[in-house]
Design a protein around this ligand. Structure first.
Ligand code: G3P
Ligand code: MG
Length: 231
């Protein structure tokens, strides 16, 4: 099982900030997930389209000047980071799962990653691009065919993992509410890994293990150790 620090170690530090990423690394996380939007020409790291929940700003991220976005407090005095800042912090220390949350992010993210790969600052094995927007996943696959992609889903598709075959993904990232054994078995039979989001309770971790998932997203990178202690 792999453990993916969800929005960094977001149970311990403001989500999707350099502090949450640094905290996840210091806790020994092997993978870190962040969400991205495009503002002007910069890929930035934030989960919501609207600024109110996680910052002292307001309004639609995609409609704001980059200078305004960068002036905001994303919690504990942290700025909204750029994807470059996050990759620079994570590269060589852990894998990075970049979730394309905003529209029109596939192109800029592919360009950025291609640059990091060509300059040997990142290894392709340490990158997964995911999204609920499966059209952007297909675009990413065409722009950067060597990179692994993951299809996010919230729900249980009619034919289990069959939908993912058209996407060329390596993994399916599914919500814990909908994962069952038939889905996991079908995904495995078709050659996909299954990663579950978001698992923050040791009991939920054990339930996911029993269902045979290959990894979990968690706000608490220490959850594996906590669960072991409770066993
Ligand atoms: O990629 C897994 C998970 O991050 C998807 O949900 O809303 O937390 O981005 P969300
Ligand atoms: Mg996410």
């Amino acid at each position: 099982m792999i453990y993916i620090a969800h929005r960094g170690a977001s149970g311990h530090a403001p989500e999707n900030t350099l502090l949450s990423v640094k905290t996840a690394l210091s806790m020994g996380a092997c993978w870190i997930e962040v969400d991205v939007f495009l503002v002007e020409d910069e890929v930035i790291v934030i989960h919501d389209r609207w600024l109110e929940r996680t910052t002292n700003g307001s309004g639609d991220v995609t409609q704001k000047p980059l200078a305004y976005i960068r002036s905001l407090d994303a919690g504990k005095g942290e700025k909204i980071p750029t994807l470059k800042e996050v990759i620079d912090m994570v590269a060589g220390k852990a894998g990075i799962n970049i979730e394309l949350k905003g529209p029109n992010t596939a192109g800029p993210v592919a360009t950025l990653l291609t640059h990091y790969l060509e300059t040997h600052r990142l290894r392709k094995d340490n990158v997964i691009i995911s999204s609920f927007d499966h059209q952007q996943l297909l675009k990413m696959k065409s722009l950067a065919p060597n990179l692994s992609t993951g299809a996010n889903i919230y729900g249980l598709p009619l034919h289990n993992a069959k939908f993912a075959e058209a996407l060329g993904v390596s993994s399916i990232h599914a919500h814990t509410n909908f994962i069952n054994r038939a889905f996991v078995n079908d995904a495995h039979d078709r050659g996909f890994k299954v990663f579950a989001f978001t698992v923050n309770q040791p009991e939920e971790l054990m339930r996911m293990k029993t269902l045979g998932v290959d990894g979990i997203f968690t706000n608490y990178p220490e959850i594996g150790r906590t669960a072991l202690k409770q066993e």
